[in-house]
Design a protein. Sequence first.
Length: 170
Amino acid sequence: MAESECKFILDLYQEIYKIEKRLKDKKEDEIALARLTETTPLLMRLKAKLDSLKDTLPPSHPLMKAVNYSLNHWIALSFFAQDPRLNIDNNETERAIKEFVLARKNFLFVGSDSGGRAMAVHLTFVHSCTRNNIDPVEYLTDVFSRINSMKLSELQQLLPHNWRPLPPAS
């Protein structure tokens, strides 16, 4: 029984990922429409299958662990279908933080809790720059030179996804 159930679930996931692959470079409105008309029905079938499997096997069975995990996290697992800006999984994020996860022990030596928070903020900005194809040194240099002269209402334009360098002085 469990083998055919696993195959059914994996086949549904495969179909969902095929849709996502096809939508990779599409506009948000196209993604939203495809997810509504194609992905959501598949997710509904998946949820129905997971619900039907609940409590059919011992809790320690690997399939039941996966079923319970999926049902307990269903909102988070399926939320991407409601927002075309979101990816189906967090693989991109996992890749982005991989080097920091590997260097985690080095972060034990930042000196203090406030030093750790400062490093976290700094690294967040550096990775936001990288994700937005911005040179982090150019970005931070520009931001530090402008931030004190800006109004509070203007600070949002300094966020990496909004930032534009000042034109060179003539």
